[in-house]
Design a protein around this ligand. Structure first.
Ligand code: ADP
Ligand code: MG
Length: 699
């Protein structure tokens, strides 16, 4: 038997000192973790070069030969070790920039070695710094002669002599010993369906690939497996929730919903809005707890869907709440919603950090006695003091700003969790949604209300500023309003405020009183002042709004038709997309002007080009995912789920789809993994549960 929990200290080729380094640098503590420490890349050692064959263009080469001479060359500090290396065709030098006794005495003169490393070409001769060296007799004994794995490493590891050869040797010993005991984790059925390597073979060939073909198959199998178990977990969570977590049943569609639908709506719902409402209503009537993600591009009309859902809660004698990430956004929701429901005798209140103590008390009391029906607010709503009589639904706007912990805090407010509707305007690529939100149900409003004209987007260099000012003047003359947005990045806050201030001053000069009035809003202002300035712009008292990204989310001023983004190269794609979504909300043609310097990185170029090319939020999200990788896209809160060891959400979407479908099929047929054929899966699943806690992080 082999114990996969064996501490690595006890493995051949490791020992206490090396074990400590591995633990510290790689987080590898036991045999199983070491087996699953996958190589970063592979070098091709299938070819053996002779020295005469070497060419200046060669990068990494493998050569057979003997060391004929070793000499130490004094240098400023210590000395360098230089070896003369020969084969039948020629000679070259091997160089170590720091000589030491251990190194010098380790090298055997006139015994055949196989060396491998990067080739340097200087003054007509070749040399190889810090070669990997192995006696030919040992080389012949090792498993891998073709593709050689290169493992992740750190500076500390190389400093301590823990190089790739040491790692490779240790893993080779481990594999030899553990191989017969490596448990299969997938069912025969799945292995056959996709023609996958067995777990044993996959681990063997990921570390010691026989050839390219086996390497590819090993990678495919391990990627599939990685996705498969995440998907199985996510889908099971969802099933368990639907099955076990009882939710309030909203059976009735009553007067609140119907009256509003009849006379409160100023427009027809789009097809997508209707479909999404149907999905939500089905959830709410099912008796299970709803945990639904509502995706829809900026301006797609999520608010109305949220409101109608809240009215369903009211019809069933429950309270409802909306949580927004910022006070400005909460206030906007409050204004929009209280206006919409004004004719219908519904009590709505706003709770933010700025709410006065007296008003707060009124809110707390009316929440507890149930007379307050809808509460809209920021994080303030999550405070323990805030107690609902019977919260039936919580709508969370712009989910990416709330952590999972905060989501679950809403749960604590009741005996039964309120239904949760998460609204996000940041479209999430399907692959990511499947991984990060695989346990949520997803509804998508993929249709904009009719009559919207796409925002015309252009990219202009700073040198074109005068023309841009002229354009602003023309638009303002037509009665339109303009946003000018500056980046504000924490690291460069002082500089950014200076840019904002300079920009504000130059706009004041170009657009002087009394013809023009300008609002300015930024993060250093008091909430009241921000609010005052916002309101002036909303009411049309000012024509230009100079702001930092505080206006990124949610602000709705349909008469604003121009969005100018300064230093656009410094914004991320999703931010640019959000900002652009602030215009194009009215009947007029709207414009987005991306201003930038001339010097642009490739990524910046791609971002700006993407913005000019498309307004499709999903397409933009895909590009963003490719540029930034999944971790950054979602913030850190889901990183547990996204902390993939071998698979890659962007490159391996094929394996992901395969894995998700397979997991769905599996759980449809055998939801509790009770069938004999699925025993390997069940065992592996339980092992994963034992070994990791990332699952606990998923809501
Ligand atoms: P978002 O999805 O960005 O939250 P909103 O809910 O703020 O979008 O809606 C944007 C604007 O579109 C609002 O002014 C809203 O009244 C309007 N709107 C929403 N649905 C429709 C519709 N079906 N037809 C016309 N206008 C709509
Ligand atoms: Mg919105």
């Amino acid at each position: 038997m082999f114990d996969f929990d064996t501490n690595i200290t006890y493995l051949t080729g490791i020992g206490p000192a090396k074990a400590l380094i591995l633990q510290k640098e790689m987080g590898v503590f036991n045999a199983n973790q070491l087996l699953n420490l996958f190589p970063n890349r592979y070098v091709d050692k299938s070819k053996m070069f002779t020295i005469r064959e070497l060419q200046a263009g060669n990068t990494e080469v493998q050569i057979k030969g003997v060391v004929t001479e070793l000499k130490e060359v004094k240098q400023k500090r210590g000395s360098r070790l230089v070896a003369t290396f020969k084969d039948e065709t020629g000679r070259m030098e091997l160089v170590w920039f720091r000589s030491n006794r251990w190194l010098k005495s380790g090298i055997k003169i006139n015994e055949p070695y196989v060396i491998f490393g990067k080739l340097n070409f200087f003054n007509g001769s070749f040399s190889m710094p810090h070669p990997d060296m192995e006696l030919e007799v040992n080389y012949k004994k090792s498993i891998a002669a073709g593709l050689q794995a290169v493992y992740p490493s750190t500076e500390k590891m190389s400093a301590k002599g823990f190089n790739n050869k040491v790692m490779s040797k240790a893993i080779q010993h481990l594999i030899k010993e553990a191989y017969p005991f490596i448990q299969e984790t997938l069912s025969d059925e799945i292995l056959e369906e996709y023609n996958l390597l067995s777990k044993k073979e996959a681990l063997l060939h990921i570390h010691f690939p026989k050839n390219q073909e086996y390497l590819a198959r090993a990678q495919k199998r391990l990627k599939f497996e990685e996705f498969f178990f995440i998907q199985t977990q996510l889908i099971r969570n969802k099933l368990v929730r639907q099955d076990k977590i009882k939710g309030f049943v909203f059976e009735q569609v009553g007067a609140y919903f119907n009256d509003f639908y009849q006379s409160g709506l100023k427009f027809d719902l789009t097809g997508a809005q209707k479909r999404v409402l149907k999905e939500i209503r089905a959830d709410l009537a099912s008796g299970a707890h709803m945990n639904r993600l509502l995706q829809g591009d900026v301006g797609a009309g999520k608010t109305i869907v949220a409101l109608l859902t809240m009215l369903l809660a009211l019809d069933n004698h429950f309270q409802a709440a909306i949580l927004a990430p910022t006070a400005i956004l909460a206030t906007q929701h409050y204004q929009a919603i209280s206006e919409l429901v004004a004719p219908f005798n519904i009590s709505v209140k706003l709770l933010t950090g700025a709410t006065k103590t007296k008003e707060r008390r009124v809110i707390h009391e009316s929440l507890e006695d149930g007379s307050l029906q809808i509460l809209i607010g920021t994080h303030a709503v999550l405070e323990d003091k805030v107690v609902f009589k019977n919260l039936g639904l919580a709508v969370i706007d712009e989910q990416h700003r709330f952590g999972v912990a905060q989501r679950s805090k809403m749960w604590m407010k009741n005996k039964l969790p309120p239904h949760i509707l998460i609204m996000t305007a940041t479209p999430i690529p399907r692959t990511l949604a499947m991984s990060a939100y695989g346990d949520l149900d997803v509804s998508v409003i993929d249709e904009l209300p009719p009559g919207r004209k796409p925002v015309q987007t252009v990219h202009r260099f700073d040198s074109a500023r005068l023309r841009v000012f002229k354009f602003m003047r023309d638009e303002i003359a037509k009665g339109r309003q303009v946003y000018v947005v500056y980046p504000l990045i924490e690291e460069s806050e002082a500089m950014d405020y200076k840019d904002l201030q300079d920009g504000y001053e130059s706009i004041q000069r170009e657009f002087p009183l009394p013809d023009y009035r300008i609002s300015i809003v930024h993060g250093k202002m008091k909430p009241e002042d921000k609010e005052y300035e916002m309101q002036r712009f909303v009411k049309g008292e000012t024509q230009i709004m100079v702001a930092t990204t505080v206006i990124e989310v949610g602000v709705n001023v349909p008469n604003a038709s121009v969005m100018i983004i300064e230093s656009a190269e410094r914004f991320g794609l999703s931010q640019l997309h959000q900002l652009r979504g602030r215009v194009g909300r009215g009947a007029d043609q709207s414009y987005c002007i991306l201003m930038s310097g001339v010097k642009l990185s490739n990524d910046s170029k791609t971002r700006l080009e993407t913005m000019v090319r498309t307004s499709d939020g999903f397409e933009i999200a895909e590009v963003d995912l490719k540029l930034r990788g999944p971790g950054n896209l979602m913030g850190t809160q889901q990183s547990g789920v996204l902390n993939l060891k071998i698979a890659d959400l962007v490159r391996d979407s094929k394996e992901l789809h395969m894995a998700r479908n397979t997991a769905l099929e599996l759980l449809r047929e055998d939801p509790n993994l009770e069938m004999a054929k699925n025993l390997p899966i069940k065992n592996a699943y339980q092992q994963i549960h034992k070994r990791t806690s990332i699952w606990a992080n998923i809501s």
